[in-house]
Structures are given as structure tokens and as C-alpha cells.
Design a protein around this ligand. Sequence first.
Ligand code: PLP
Length: 446
Amino acid sequence: MNFIHKPLTRTTNSAALFDAARQVIPGGVNSTARAQWSGWMPYPLFVDNGNGSRLQDVDGNQYVDYLLGLGPMILGHRPSGVTRAVVDFIERRGTIFALPTAEEAVLAEKIIAAVPSVDQVRLCNTGTEAVLYATRLARAFTRRRKVIRFEGMYHGFSDGVYWSKHPALAKAGPDDRPNPVAQGPGMPEGVEENLIILPWNDADILADVIGREGDEIAAVLTEPVMCNTGCILPKPGFLETMRTLTQERGIVLIFDEVITGFRLGLGGAQERFGIRPDLTVFAKGLGGGFPVAALGGHADIMKLVADGTVSMAGTYTANGIAVAAANAALDELARPGTYDRLDRISDILREGLEAELRAAGLPVNVVGIGPLMQVWFAERPIENYRDAERHADQGLFRLWWEGMLERGVLFHPGAYENLFVSTAHTAEDIVLTLRAARDTAVALAR
Ligand code: PLP
């Protein structure tokens, strides 16, 4: 296994840029997910450009890219339709007017047509904002304060929801009722009193808590597929039970489809699983790489935005670039056969990765759905965050990541992130990836 620490040896320009950047940018990067302590050791790669399914770093190394900007680049890098639409809008129309444009309703109609649970939709800039508004709206609608969310998920960095996972499980309380664990000492005290953290995938615990505390609970906030502790699928019936329990007690069900939206199909995870939440948050899949997010839902809840009960504001919301990009991205995704092809190529990748790793005798499950997956190095299935902490081999994942990077395949070094596949990935990309997987697996098994 002599390739440990070797992968970054051909990246001297990245190293130099990182050294310069850390003098003026805390940690040298502009997001936690790019920080050294998120796995980018000894430093993150600095990017020169992306093109379709490929990414090139500043040292000229080429990678097949499954990081895909952590999800937004579902059409690959520089998708021509989106790029053209944005450039055209800027050149002919402008960027921000603090007044509406006709294209905003056009986009809203496309989202509503794609996602049956959405009667009306408001735009914002990021998933964090959209989640913040969703929980605020749910509280205003129900006149209740508490929100249930699940251990190991991520719903953005706003104070109200940035409480979840702690690797020192002893600090995080019992398995069936985890303590809210603040991201850090900067979080305001008292917020956690309105948060209930539960283990994902346990319908009995959810039923028990809603049974006892339902009258105080405004919302259940969940990703329909857990995508922020690797990839964990909902157990059969779990989402259905969640829908029934929330409906019975007048609790707003919020699906955070920031990752799954427009990725598991034009109608997102809710279309795949046949569940209709009350509110849905969209972001990454929506904008073809440009910053745009949306909150959509039932008209009776959204009317609280219309009448000003809940204010959704923002200088940059629905700016011309975001709307042009999203309109073009959705047109592209809505082309017949897009998701069938995306699923087919992703299934080949997922099955191929599992086959190569298993053939080398490694304990592995490659879990995913559609163009979203993660490799779990574990002897048993992972059903929630604590399973992952207790049973997944993070050290082996790190070696796997290094081996793949060395062989020209890029994804996030964190085992709790995902591999994303884009419409630009080709059969050749998959062949190259599986060859890299075979060689890496053989080296790991030695
Ligand atoms: N919700 C989920 C499920 C996410 O994965 C993320 C980001 O990764 C967010 C919300 C926050 O979105 P943003 O980074 O656009 O604020």
C-alpha cells in the first residue's frame, strides 16, 4: 500500500496556492467542506477548469469528476444550454432589478409541473435559506415551536437546524433520543429547546415521539434519502409512516430535497417514493451550477408568504442569472430519456464498484439511488448515523479515496459525502473508473 500520501505529490501548484491562500482566508478555503479537517489533507486541490464530466487541477492533472461541485453540476461542467442562457440574459437584459421579470413565473410553472406536491414556489439563493424559511413557515402555520430532525443529516448552517451529529457518541445522548449537539460554541443558547433529534429509519421511535409530543411539533424535517452521512436509503415504509403520522397530527412534513431534487427524477425523491410532503426545499439540482434555491408547497401554507405573515426577502433572490440558469437547466433535464440514461449509467457504476471491491475481498456495500451513491466499507448494512460511526471503516475509505485520486478519479475525501454522476458522464468514464477501482481494490487488499 505504498501509495498512501502519494496522491498529492503531483500537485505542487495546489500546495503553493494553498499556502498563499491560508494567509488571507481562514483555513485557506471558503467552505468547511473544502477544509483540511473535512478530509482535504494535506490541502485541497486547486481547480483550473471543469469540462463536462472532467475536472483539471492547476497542475494539469485530469480527473473523472464525481464531486461535481457537491451536486449542482448535474449537467456536467459548463453545460452549454445553461451557459448560453446566462450570458444572453446578462448581455441583453441585466442582472438585478428589485422588480420581477416574466421568467420567474415561467420557472415556477416548470417546478410546479415537475413536482406534484408543489402548488406554489418562492425562490431564494441557497439551501440554507430555503430550509430556514421552511421551518419558519411551518411554525407560523401550526403555531407550534418544535421541529423534529434526524441525526446525521445536514440542512444548512442556520442556527435553528445546525445541531445534529457528534462523533463522540457518549456526548450525543442515547440512541433513541440523541441530544441536540451544537455545531460549536457560537450557536445561540435556547434554540435546541425547540429541536428534537431522532435516529433516521426508526418508525417506532418516530411514532412514539409524535404520539407523546405531537401537539407541540410544528414540522418533521428530513432528507428523503440521507445524503449527509454517506448515502443511506429509507427503509421500506419509513417515509410512508412519517407521512401518515404527520398528517394525523397536523404536523408539516418538510422534505429537504436539496440533493435529491431534480436528481432522482424531475419530481425528485418524492416522485420516486410516491410521497407528497407539505413543503419541499430544492437547491443544488435546480440551477445547473448557479446559486439558486426554492421553497415550494401546498397553497394553504404558502399563502402565509403571500399575505406577509412570513416574510421571505432577499436582494439577490430570483436575480436574472439564477432564473435564466434554472430555466435552462430544467429544460435540459426535462428532455425525454435524461433520467433513464442517468440511472442506467449510475447503476452500472454502482454495481461495478461493488463487484470490483468485493472481488478483492473487501467488506463493502455500495449504496445509492439514481446518480447518487457512496461506498460503505462495513460488514453490515448502515441504517443511520450511529451505525456509520460504529461500523463503517473510515480509515479504509481514506485509502480508497487516495487510490482513486491517484488513478484519476475524483470525489470528496469524506466518507459521509457522496459520489454524483452527471448527464455528461460517458461509458468511457465509467470504464476508466472501474479500472481504477479494480487496481485500487487489489492494492488495498494486499
Ligand atoms: N440541505 C441539504 C440536504 C444539503 O445537502 C445542503 C448542502 O449541502 C443544504 C441543505 C444547504 O444548502 P446550501 O449549501 O446551498 O446552503
